[in-house]
Design a protein around this ligand. Structure first.
Ligand code: PSU
Ligand code: MN
Length: 303
């Protein structure tokens, strides 16, 4: 689907037409996931990393009602420094376009827009999932992965979530979850979750093969490729768990709900870890962009 509300950068259009590697990058992490000035720095670094590994970066956002697939440096800066940026998921597209608003795209909405442009891979930090506790809060990222044919490279679901419940959800709806060089689901801030995975790929080429067969078998929907955070910055599960529990207690106390809960918890965890969670978040975003570029290149080389 292409329409007057979608604007794809020429270099991305050309790369897709020539079957060259393109990696989509989401923008909620820029507008809501990371504090200034780290957000703009990281967004630029992610694009540079993708580019220096022979793929074209396509950061996606909605500016004044236009869905931008690929942002110029000025647009990236504008988004990183704007106030009142809407966090856009599937349900929000029509509203943001109709009212010419500015929005940052989550994993779910980035997948939707990326697929309009023919892109087949996105890199992020951690996907949304099933939240802890008794409220039925399930991220729109999960159903989107069942609908949209795309590889999602991430460090698992964010550890503020209920990871076993998230993995069960993905199993129920038939989403392949691949460990990249590991046989355990990474836990975003830390390398291990104790949850074993059934599918392992040791390198980008093996992911490309899985993806090719996923499509040749006529499987609809996406595939999750989970990459552990770099060991230098990764935190131990016990140290991060204390921060997460305190953050959730605070959120309950202040009645934070809906789309505000994820950014709230990330910010609180950052505070309780004295910035260590921010360091690992930025490091894993960079590493995931790197791995996504390698996978994208393997797909275009073998396709
Ligand atoms: N990864 C990060 N930081 C983030 C996100 C991912 O390292 O802030 C964002 C993604 O855009 C993801 C969103 O789609 O968090 C999930 O939000 P929710 O739980 O409200 O669906
Ligand atoms: Mn939610």
């Amino acid at each position: 689907m292409k329409n007057v509300y979608v604007d794809v950068l020429d270099e991305i259009k050309d790369a897709i037409a020539e079957n060259q590697p393109v990696v989509a990058l989401e923008s909620t992490v820029i507008a809501h996931g990371l504090p200034r000035p780290y957000n703009l720095d990281t967004a630029q670094r992610l694009q540079d990393i993708v580019r220096s590994n022979d793929a074209i970066p396509a950061t996606i956002a909605i500016l004044d009602g236009i869905v931008k697939i690929g942002l110029t440096n000025d647009e990236l800066e504008q988004l990183a420094n704007a106030d009142n940026v809407i966090k856009v998921s599937r349900r929000d597209f029509a509203n943001v376009v109709t009212n010419k608003l500015t929005g940052a795209t989550t994993v779910a909405s980035t997948m939707i827009a990326a697929s309009w442009a023919g892109i087949n891979i996105i890199a992020t930090g951690g996907i949304g999932g099933v939240h802890r506790g008794s409220d039925l809060d399930v991220s729109a990222d999960l159903p989107e992965i069942t609908r949209t044919s795309m590889i999602v490279v991430c460090s698992g679901a964010k550890a503020i979530l209920d990871l076993p419940a998230t993995l069960e959800w993905l199993e129920t709806y038939g989403v392949p979850v691949v460990g990249y060089g590991v046989d355990e689901l990474p836990a975003f801030y830390s390398q291990s979750s104790g949850i074993l995975l059934d599918i392992k790929a040791d390198n980008a080429l093996e992911v490309a093969e899985l993806w090719k067969n996923h499509n040749e078998l006529g499987m609809s929907g996406g595939m999750l490729v989970t990459v552990p955070p770099p060991s230098k910055e990764a935190l131990s599960s016990t140290e991060i768990e204390i921060a997460i529990t305190s953050a959730i207690d605070d959120a309950v106390k202040h009645n934070v709900k809906g789309k505000h809960i994820t950014p709230y918890l990330l910010e609180k965890v950052k505070k309780f870890t004295k910035g260590d969670s921010l360091k690992v978040n930025m490091a894993l975003l960079e590493n995931n962009a790197y791995i996504a570029a390698l996978i994208s290149k393997s797909i275009s080389d073998t396709g």
